[in-house]
Structure formats: structure tokens, C-alpha cells
Write a new protein. Structure first.
Lengths: 367, 195
């Protein structure tokens, strides 16, 4: 007689498809997942605790290490919260440098997702194409901020560095002009591929109500037809000056999320193009502020659109140089909650595709 | 007693002479004043709805938060938070279907829990706060109402020791199960002072 029983499969924390130190305990009945228990915290550094003893400017580099694939926007999130409390007017040139840095970073972040996601699915070549393009952005960032990954670029009131030379803008322009061709290449290489479609279409699908109930944001929400983008709903910086769209899909499956991330790179390219046209030729890059920032006593909760969704920053200030309480609503942390719901009942062969489709960064999940 | 700070207070001395003060005349056409007025009207409305349903005492404090997109912030009687949450989610006038954020704050006298709600039907924002007794930090869980509260409540339990009654799986999430104490409490003593 053949005996059947459920099997426990441990995935991670050291496993390439988890994109970091994420652990998942899966219970299998044959090839069907009957239960999935996510375990996180392997990369918890206690950023919120550390912030209690740091000045606001000292906190900025810690945000580099949360979502390390979009450190520019992470930098901005904390700076934005302090500026909201202080009601500072930011110099024009600084605003443009910020938008350029953030949108370049969004493209770089989605490129990492695109490359590694297709690696997850078993396609190696797209990774090389994606990283070829990302390398161009990282070079621009290295020239601008001195770093390739942890930029520590934003400051309260502006940015740390001006463009290194006038040629930097030309090099950026060259990248932006060429990027449309690169996107077309990606589409030709991957989007039309029948195997990719077969792997992604109809897999990992959920509806609008589920997405809202689970607090999903970013592409994970927009793939169900909700046009929710923080840049439009809670406008910040100078995004109201640019003409760009918030693409949505209604299918809610992995394919919809794939298409959206590809389209968002194109929208970021459009913003960059307009920002370069409008870029002020001179002016200060940081507002005049005292060295030691003391925001007035009060509370603020503001958000920015990260490549992975809505990052909220809560600050409680007592008027001291250090925050009394600083909290990050990390998009990957909230988005990841839906994973067991998506996995249960699925075939184990779709597990990696579904996890990758949420697009998590563990530095952010674990805080 | 740490009072909720007044958002309208003058900017601190440090940045006084650097930022432009927003001195606007008291005119009806000032868009900022209009928005503030509209926000206060919405706050009063929502306070009325809640008091009609749950009685006067349900609202401990109500203000409008400039640093939160002019969302009203209501301090709610802590043991009623789940009922209030259910009402705010289901009532056709409010329909707060999206829990954006949930986290705790150690205010020394009390442990506070902060909620930020949004509605995809009305487009409104609302901040809630409850003050929990430090000695016995129990409050009702809102996970049955918004599943997105699940991990966020576990995080608040893990780091601040707030116990959410009715949570389906209230275990530590970021720290190990054997961890002693709750690091984000102001009286927390680390294992090793040097680290």
C-alpha cells in the first residue's frame, strides 16, 4: 500500500529566490501548498530604536539601508517628514535634483526587479541586459553623490551635492534618450515570450477588495485597477509640474504586475525628460538652515511613493534635535502579509514566481 | 502629562529667520485657510457621527493635523477601538476601507497606538489614537476588520509590548521568541550596554 503524508519544506533564510534573508516554511501535499508560514526579522537592525539617539541628519544614511534598491527615495521620505514639520521652502534647483535622483532610482530599482525576477523564472539573459542599463544609472549616481548604492544624498532643506559638472546633465540626457530603446529591447526579449506569459498569466491573482484589505500599495495595488500613486494622491516635491500617468491593470495577476513595472520605468523616463528641460541653470541646492535641526514640537505622518509602494514616515518631535519617535511604514513589510493567502492552494512550482511578484527588499521588511 | 502638541504653534526659534513665515490675511479667498476650514468641518462631522453612535465620551480629544494632509486626529476611548473601527469601515458616510499605518508610541504615562485610515470611496484620511494603560497594556485588535493590521500589530507587540486582544496570532515578529523586554519602550534596558 502506498502511504501518503504532508511534507514540510523549508525555504531560506539563505536562498537566492528569497532575495535576501527571508524564511518561508511550506507544507506540501504532493506538489500543492497547503500552508505557508513566513518568518522575518533576520535583518532587523532596530532603525526606529537607533533613531531615538540620532539627530535628523544622522538618520538619513539609515534609510539608505532599508530599501537599499531605492535609497534616494528612502532618503527623501525622512527628509520630507521633517520638512513638513518645519514648513521649509525648498530651493527650485534642489527640487529638480531630488526628482531626477528619485526617478532615476525608481528605474534602477525596477531594473533590478526585472532582471532578478526573470532569473527566478529561469531566464538568465535579461538579467545581463537589465544590469547593463542599471550600471549607467549607478555611474551617474556615483558622480553625483559619491556612492553607488547608499547615497546619503538628501538633506533637510535640499540635497548634499550639486551636479559635478555641466557634462553630467548631458550624460543624463544621453541615458534618458537611449532608455526608450532599451525598454523596447526588453519588450522584444521578454514581453512577447510565450513561456513568460504562460508562467505569469492568471497566476497569483487577487481582486481589488483583497488588495485594499491587505493594505497593499504600489504596483501590488494598481494591478487590481486602483489608480493609487502617492505622487498624485498626496502630492510632494514638484511632481505636480510633470505630465505623467499612473498605469493600472485590472487582472491582478503576476502578468499585470510585470506589465505595470515595465510601464512605470517608461513613465519615470518621461518625468526625467521634462525635469531636464525645466532644470534651473543656477541657484542654491539647499535652504539656509541651522546646522542642528530642531523641528517644532508636533507630529507628522507623510508618505512617498517608493518603487515597492507607499512608504509612510511618522515623526513625533518634542522640539529636540532627536525625534521622540520615528516610525517607518515600510511598503514591503505590509505587502508581504498577503503571501500565505496567495500561496495556499498553489502548485509549489509557482511559489518563487509569486514571491518575486510581490517584489520585496528584506532590508525594508525587517526595518 | 504629555499633551498632543499643537500643530499651529509658531515655528521654533531655530528656523525663524530662515524660512518665510506664512502670514496671510484673513480673507475668504485664501486657499490654505479654506482647506483648513473644510478639514475642521469634516472633523466636526465625524465627531458627531461617532458620538451619536457611541455616546459623548467616545472622543477624548479631536484636532486637525497639518502634518498629516489636514486629516482629523481623534483620540478614542481605548476599549472601544474595535467597535469604532468597524463603524468607520462599514458606515456609508465614512467607508474607511484602507488601514494605511498602525504603530505604537511610548508616551511614558501611556502607551499610544496610532492608526492612519484612508477611504478609496470618499478619498478621505483620518488619524486615530488610543491611549493604553502602561501597567496592563491591553486593547482590542483591529485585524479582524483590516487584515493589514496583522503584522503591524505584531510589530507593536514585539517592540512595545502592547497586547492586542483578539489578534489571531500575536507573537513576536522581528525579534526572536526568547527576547526579553520591548526595545521601543523608553525604560528598556538592553542586554549589553556597549552594543
Amino acid at each position: 500500500m502506498i502511504r501518503t503524508e504532508e511534507m514540510l519544506l523549508n525555504v531560506g533564510p539563505q536562498h537566492p529566490s528569497t532575495h535576501g534573508v527571508f524564511r518561508l516554511l511550506v507544507k506540501l501535499d504532493g506538489e500543492t501548498i497547503v500552508d505557508a508560514i513566513p518568518m522575518i526579522g533576520y535583518l532587523h537592525r532596530g532603525t526606529e530604536k537607533l533613531a531615538e539617539d540620532l539627530t535628523y541628519t544622522q538618520i538619513i544614511p539609515y534609510t539608505d539601508r532599508m530599501d537599499y534598491l531605492s535609497a534616494m527615495i528612502g532618503n527623501y521620505s525622512v527628509v520630507h517628514a521633517v520638512e513638513t514639520l518645519m514648513e521649509i521652502t525648498i530651493p527650485e534647483r534642489a527640487e529638480y535634483l531630488r526628482v531626477i535622483a528619485m526617478e532615476l532610482n525608481r528605474i534602477a530599482s525596477h531594473l533590478v526587479w526585472f532582471g532578478t525576477y526573470l532569473l527566478d523564472l529561469g531566464a538568465i539573459t535579461p538579467f545581463l541586459y537589465a544590469f547593463r542599463e542599471r550600471e549607467k544609472i549607478l555611474r551617474l549616481f556615483a558622480e553625483l553623490s559619491g556612492a553607488r548604492l547608499t547615497y546619503n544624498y538628501m538633506r533637510i532643506g535640499g540635497v548634499k551635492w550639486d551636479i559635478p559638472d555641466e557634462g553630467w546633465l548631458d550624460r543624463l540626457q544621453a541615458f534618458v534618450d537611449a532608455f526608450e530603446g532599451a525598454l523596447a529591447e526588453f519588450h522584444e526579449l521578454v514581453t512577447g515570450n510565450e513561456i513568460v506569459k504562460a508562467r505569469l498569466k492568471g497566476v497569483g491573482a487577487y481582486d481589488r477588495e483583497t488588495a485594499i484589505a491587505y493594505g497593499l500599495t504600489g504596483v501590488n495595488l494598481r494591478c487590481t485597477g486602483v489608480p493609487y500613486d502617492v505622487r498624485k494622491v498626496k502630492p510632494y516635491s514638484i511632481y505636480d509640474r510633470f505630465d505623467f500617468e499612473v498605469p493600472t491593470r485590472t487582472e491582478g495577476d503576476l502578468w499585470a504586475r510585470y506589465e505595470l513595472r515595465m510601464e512605470e520605468m517608461n513613465q519615470s523616463r518621461r518625468i526625467l525628460k521634462q525635469a531636464l528641460q525645466q532644470f534651473p541653470s543656477k541657484g542654491p541646492i539647499v535652504a539656509k538652515l541651522p546646522k542642528l535641526i530642531r523641528p517644532p514640537a508636533g507630529e507628522a505622518y507623510v508618505s512617498v511613493e517608493m518603487p515597492r509602494g507607499e512608504q509612510g514616515v511618522y515623526v513625533y518631535s518634542e522640539g529636540k534635535p532627536q525625534p521622540y519617535r520615528l516610525h517607518f511604514r515600510r511598503p514591503s513589510f505590509v505587502n508581504l502579509q498577503i503571501l500565505p493567502k496567495l500561496l495556499i492552494g498553489e502548485s509549489v512550482s509557482n511559489m518563487v514566481a509569486i514571491l518575486g511578484g510581490i517584489d520585496i527588499v528584506l532590508g525594508e521588511v525587517d526595518g | 502629562m504629555a499633551k498632543a502638541p499643537d500643530q499651529n504653534r509658531e515655528a521654533s526659534k531655530a528656523d525663524e529667520h530662515h524660512t518665510e513665515a506664512h502670514h496671510t490675511p484673513e480673507g475668504a479667498n485664501d486657499p490654505e485657510a479654506e482647506r483648513l476650514k473644510e478639514a475642521e468641518r469634516f472633523r466636526d462631522e465625524i465627531v458627531t457621527w461617532l458620538q451619536e453612535r457611541f455616546g459623548e465620551a467616545i472622543i477624548v480629544e479631536a484636532n486637525v493635523q497639518k502634518g498629516m494632509y489636514l486629516a482629523p486626529m481623534l483620540v478614542i476611548q481605548s476599549d472601544m477601538i474595535a467597535e469604532v473601527a468597524r463603524f468607520l469601515k462599514d458606515d456609508p458616510r465614512t467607508r474607511f476601507d484602507f488601514l494605511n499605518d498602525l504603530h505604537g508610541i511610548d508616551m511614558k504615562e501611556t502607551l499610544d497606538v496610532f492608526y492612519f485610515l484612508q477611504s478609496f470611496t470618499t478619498g478621505r484620511f483620518l488619524a486615530l489614537k488610543v491611549k493604553v494603560n502602561h501597567a496592563s497594556p491591553h486593547i482590542p485588535s483591529v485585524t479582524p476588520i483590516w487584515p493589514s493590521a496583522d503584522w503591524q500589530e505584531r510589530e507593536a507587540y514585539d517592540l512595545l509590548g502592547i497586547i492586542f486582544d483578539g489578534h489571531p496570532n500575536l507573537r513576536r515578529i522581528l525579534l526572536t521568541d526568547e527576547w526579553e523586554g520591548h526595545p521601543l519602550r523608553k525604560d528598556y534596558v538592553p542586554y549589553d550596554e556597549g552594543v
